[in-house]
Design a protein around this ligand. Structure first.
Ligand SMILES: Cc1cc2nc3c(=O)[nH]c(=O)nc-3n(C[C@H](O)[C@H](O)[C@H](O)COP(=O)(O)OP(=O)(O)OC[C@H]3O[C@@H](n4cnc5c(N)ncnc54)[C@H](O)[C@@H]3O)c2cc1C
Length: 471
């Protein structure tokens, strides 16, 4: 069983968002296909605007340039586009490179993506929280009023806490102004302080908000900016949590499909960015030694640390946070039949040092995540443990046996462990979520380190950088 369960490290803290297959991984690599692999890579070596990095921000920048009829070239260092939003196909299972959820209310996503084509499948609006030996449902009372009422007496917070959830939801939708206001308004604090100030009990914070918010921001201490709490609560209140039927990588693939094939180069890592010449052009050097010419502008759409490496002093005018990023580890298990049929998120509310933060059965949400008649489990850990895969797997099995029964969990087959040290930049309070995308001298910068580290923040930064680059 374990011989087929390779670990994958997605190392992009220094801008190298590539897969480091372990020896075991290489041995089974032929059995795997990428869900959205590009079939070809261009040889183009110059363009008016050169975009460095093919994650959501770089793809959004190229989409905007293409829409305006501008000449561009996208350089991506890894073997496919998508950056942190990719899906692998392993034995017919769709494995997102780390568990991620698509929120339909993201405004920039609404603007640039075709939701019908993504075939979005919704999660139940709420969660089942594991506490004191049982699951307790926390339901969105507006979408599931009966479940909401039934959950009032459960031990995941008091009745007052559950009323406060409704109030905080109203506040984030109605009282905090436009999204721009929300992301820049005064009074920023940590999520923890925001929850305490709002009146939530320690029990509600520990049992529900801690694992729920940690699943989104990979920070169990809840020191992440309260602005992000407000943003996500508004998005949750006004839309649905979904998985695209073909995996989260379908989001990146849809953007790529709108680009000119000859304008995308894969396995093209930019080693350095040269000075601007008198004719306003600039030479970039690839790791291979090849030179690329940007005639008018460059858009650097890499992770923050790599943008800092490439841009040095220019980014110094508007640096993103240099404190350590947050990471996550995700395990996928194949099984004959999931122990539940619910399309819901399971959270660890015990807060007693367990390794699992949250898990779900993606095939209960979108059956296409598993081959016909089979099921898939996704298990998320906050951070990247130092232990080896076998130790992590054993701890996960032990904890989940208590949740779903040892008879079921012992039959699960580990498909893969994804270790993602750089999942999001540091977004602890205080954080500037309105950093400029224009650095002057024909240099523009996009990426989730400019706005919120979300799909939406990355998409918005890409479009804004493109608009400015050709203004
Ligand atoms: C496990 C996980 C779960 C997440 N869950 C959610 C979620 O549920 N909802 C949500 O909204 N957000 C989520 N996020 C955050 C979201 O995925 C990111 O904020 C967003 O995808 C970042 O996009 P980006 O374009 O800024 O960066 P990236 O996706 O990192 O793209 C940067 C690209 O630049 C390339 N590159 C780097 N250096 C070079 C170079 N020198 N030359 C050429 N190319 C280079 C990289 O290979 C990469 O493809 C999650 C992230 C992770 C990791």
């Amino acid at each position: 069983m374990r011989a087929n369960a390779p670990s994958v490290v997605l190392t992009n803290a220094r801008g190298n968002a590539h897969v480091n297959p372990s020896p075991r991984h290489r041995s089974c690599r032929r059995a795997e296909t990428r869900a959205h692999a590009s079939s070809s890579s261009s040889k183009k070596d110059s363009a008016d605007v050169v975009v460095i990095g093919g994650g959501l921000s770089g793809l959004a920048a190229c989409r905007e340039l293409g829409r305006r009829g501008d000449d561009y070239l996208l350089l991506e260092s890894s073997d496919d586009i998508g950056g942190r939003v990719r899906t692998d196909v392993v034995d017919g299972y769709l494995l997102d490179r780390g568990f991620a959820i698509f929120l339909t209310s993201y405004p920039e996503a609404r603007r640039v993506l075709d939701y019908d084509a993504l075939d979005l499948k919704p999660f139940y609006a709420g969660a089942d929280v594991r506490f004191d030996g049982a699951f307790h449902r926390v339901a969105d009372p507006f979408r599931h009023p009966v479940d909401g009422l039934q959950s009032l007496p459960n031990p995941i917070g008091s009745v007052v806490d559950k009323v406060l959830v409704g109030l905080v939801r109203f506040q984030t939708v109605l009282a905090l102004g436009s999204l721009e206001d929300m992301m820049s308004r005064d009074g920023e604090t940590t999520i923890m302080k925001r929850l305490k100030d709002f009146g939530f009990s320690d029990a509600m914070i520990d049992r529900f908000f801690r694992p729920f918010m940690a699943g989104i921001f990979f920070n169990r201490e809840l020191t992440t900016s309260s602005r992000l709490f407000n943003f996500v609560m508004r998005m949750l209140a006004t839309g649905q949590n979904c998985l695209p039927a073909k995996g989260i990588g379908a989001v990146s693939a849809q953007l790529r499909d709108g680009l000119a094939l000859d304008s995308v180069r894969l396995n093209a890592k930019v080693a350095n960015v040269g000075e601007r010449s008198a004719d306003l052009s600039r030479t970039l050097t690839l790791e291979s030694g090849e030179s690329i010419t940007a005639r008018k502008a460059i858009i650097v759409a890499c992770e923050g640390p790599e943008a800092a490496r490439l841009l040095g002093k220019s980014l110094g005018k508007s640096p993103s946070k240099s404190e350590s990023a947050v990471g996550t580890t995700c395990l996928y298990f194949a099984m004959e039949k999931a122990p539940t049929e619910d399309a819901i998120l399971y959270l660890d509310g015990d807060n007693n040092g367990g390794i699992v933060n949250n898990c779900c059965f993606p095939s209960n949400v979108a059956p296409s995540y598993a081959p016909a008649g089979k099921s898939l489990a996704s298990v998320s850990i906050i951070g990247v443990p130092e232990e080896d895969d076998e130790t992590i797997e054993s701890k996960v099995r032990q904890e989940l046996s208590a949740w779903f029964g040892a008879d079921s969990v012992s039959t699960w087959r580990l498909l893969r462990v994804y270790r993602i040290p750089y999942a999001q930049p540091n977004q602890e309070a205080p954080t500037d979520f309105c950093r400029t995308t224009s650095l002057g001298d024909g240099v523009f910068v996009a990426g989730d380190h400019r706005y919120s580290a979300t799909f939406d923040g990355a998409l918005l930064s890409g479009r804004r950088a493109a608009e400015e680059a050709v203004a």
